[in-house]
Design a protein around this ligand. Structure first.
Ligand code: GDP
Ligand code: ZN
Length: 336
């Protein structure tokens, strides 16, 4: 295949655009090129400051070093976890020129109600529960449906297990009994007492993980407990042009002990946005074999004859409370 040559006019236009996009500080020469070391290299977006992004070099002699970058305007809004190609100058700044295809992207509604990406390329979602505040299973199911819809694997973590001896909580027993049978791993830990953290770290090894869960279950405590030995906190926020632009909802990627965590308030409140009833049903993993098997194609799974889901509840293949939770979530989605 022959390389398409750009006309002189096209080249000029591209350079002009480059010049507009690159900050003056970045010493762009008269042709619009970055003054030094302008070859593209692989990077990882570790934080988004609004106008600028923090990018960690993944290759070359500066691997591991952080660069404050702008992005070319032809790229979509970039987020923490994005793999990119970027060009640097001598001042630890640069321009992101390309985006690698994302495996998945976490979104949340922005001010205008439209979905806004907040993080990308997540491997695992830690869904944190605790005996206190007492969990609602339909909230757990909401998280699981959302995670299933991103084709991600959740890991259910029951924090504050140090409280379990003194405070029996039947709903926690239900999670421990029923959810492994659905194929979900459930780990009992205590961020405070340091219980189960070794097993948790083993489950996180080599992965990029986000932490979600109700307020008060101990997410901050857990992130802190996992970070204790960590010195390499990615995202030096001191100084530089981005100072003061760092918003509290910005997701940030942390390199911890053999794994990555992406954390932000925006992700912690992760929920079900813009999901269809069909996607909702599909998010209940044990329903899948029965979907499309009801006698009536438009079965509402309430009390129609020949409902495959109801039949599965009757045989015990589906827990009645899971179907009930599904209806509750459906009602809440329709109420929006
Ligand atoms: P977040 O809102 O999910 O980030 O929760 P926090 O990390 O702020 O924790 C909420 C409360 O739970 C705080 O009072 C913590 O001290 C407490 N907490 C967190 N982890 C544990 C734990 O393992 N055991 C006990 N007993 N309390 C914990
Ligand atoms: Zn049905």
């Amino acid at each position: 295949m022959t390389k398409r040559r750009l006309t002189r006019q096209q080249e000029q236009r591209i350079r002009q655009r480059q010049r507009q996009q690159v900050d003056e500080r970045q010493k762009v020469d008269e042709d619009g090129n970055l003054a030094a070391d302008s070859t593209g290299r692989a990077g990882l977006v570790t934080c988004n400051f609004g106008q600028q992004l923090e990018v960690e070099a993944l290759e070359g002699p500066q691997a591991g070093q952080l660069f404050r970058c702008y992005q070319r305007s032809n790229l979509p809004p970039l987020v923490c976890g994005d793999r990119v190609v970027f060009a640097t100058d001598q001042e630890e700044g640069g321009v992101i020129v390309g985006l690698e295809e994302r495996h998945n992207v976490f979104c949340r509604p922005g001010a205008s109600g439209q979905l806004k990406p907040v993080a990308a390329n997540i491997d695992l979602v830690l869904v944190v529960l605790a005996p206190r505040p007492e969990p609602f299973l339909n909230l757990l199911d909401r998280y699981l449906v959302a995670v299933e819809n991103l084709s991600l694997k959740p890991l259910i973590v029951i924090n504050k297990s140090d409280l379990r001896d003194t405070e029996p909580v039947p709903v926690i027993d239900t999670v421990l009994e029923d959810y492994p049978a659905l194929g979900y791993d459930v780990l009992e830990i205590s961020a405070h007492a340091g219980l189960g953290l070794g097993r948790l770290k083993a489950a996180l090894a080599g992965k990029t993980t986000v932490v979600v869960g109700q307020s008060g279950v101990g997410k901050s405590s857990l992130v802190n407990a996992l970070s204790t030995e960590i010195s390499a906190r990615v995202g030096g926020l001191s100084g530089g042009a981005g100072k003061g632009t760092h918003t509290t909802t910005a997701a940030q990627l942390f390199h911890l002990d053999g794994f990555n965590l992406i954390d932000s308030p925006g992700i912690r409140e992760f929920g079900l946005w813009h999901i269809s009833p069909a996607q909702l049903l599909d998010g209940f993993v044990e329903f899948r074999p029965y979907l499309g098997q009801c006698k009536f194609r438009d079965c509402s799974h309430n009390n129609e004859p020949g409902c495959a889901l109801r039949a599965a509840v009757a045989t015990g293949a589906i827990q009645a409370y899971r179907l009930e939770n599904c209806f509750q979530i459906l009602a809440s989605l329709q109420a929006v």
